[in-house]
Design a protein. Structure first.
Length: 148
C-alpha cells in the first residue's frame, strides 16, 4: 500500500473483546486483546487481532479448526493454523482470513480488497510476520519481524 492509514489499539480490558468477534468464553479467560489495521481506503485493507491467555493449554483449548496443505501451503507458520473466506463486505469487498495460534496467543489476520483490483495476496506473508513477532515477544525479545 502506497498511501495508507494505520491504527492500533491495546485493549487490555478483556471485557470489551467480544466486540472484536472473540467468543464469550475466550474473553472470560483472556489476559489481553489487541487489534491493528492498515488500509488505503480504496483498494485494500488488513486487520490483525490478537487474544492472549495465561498458558498454552488455554489457547489450545480455544483454537478451532485445522488448515490443510491445499489451503495454506506446506509448512505454514504457527503452532496451529486455519484459513477462511471473508463474507462480502460493504461495497462488495472480498477477502481471506487466517487464524493462527502461537504459544498462548491466537491471532486473526484478515486481508480484504475491492472487486476488480489487482492487489498482491500478502495474507500468508503478513501471517508469518505476526507469528515471528509473537515468537520474538514470547522469548523476551523486542518484536522486530517485518515484511521486508
Amino acid at each position: 500500500m502506497e498511501e495508507r492509514s494505520t491504527h492500533s489499539w491495546d485493549m487490555s480490558n478483556p471485557a470489551i473483546c467480544q466486540s472484536n468477534g472473540w467468543r464469550d468464553e475466550m474473553c472470560a479467560e483472556a489476559i489481553a486483546t489487541a487489534a491493528g489495521g492498515a488500509t488505503d481506503y480504496q483498494t485494500q485493507n488488513v486487520i490483525v487481532q490478537m487474544i492472549s491467555f495465561n498458558d498454552v493449554a488455554a489457547a489450545e483449548g480455544f483454537f478451532k479448526g485445522t488448515g490443510t496443505e491445499d489451503e495454506l501451503g506446506v509448512n505454514p507458520p504457527g503452532d496451529a493454523i486455519d484459513g477462511y473466506a471473508l463474507p462480502a463486505g460493504d461495497n462488495g469487498w472480498t477477502g481471506r482470513g487466517i487464524t493462527v495460534r502461537q504459544g498462548s496467543v491466537i491471532a486473526k489476520v484478515e486481508y480484504a480488497w475491492t472487486p476488480g483490483e489487482e492487489v498482491p495476496n500478502r495474507l500468508m506473508d503478513i501471517t508469518r510476520m505476526v507469528v515471528d513477532r509473537l515468537k520474538q515477544a514470547q522469548s523476551g525479545k523486542n518484536p522486530t519481524a517485518s515484511l521486508r
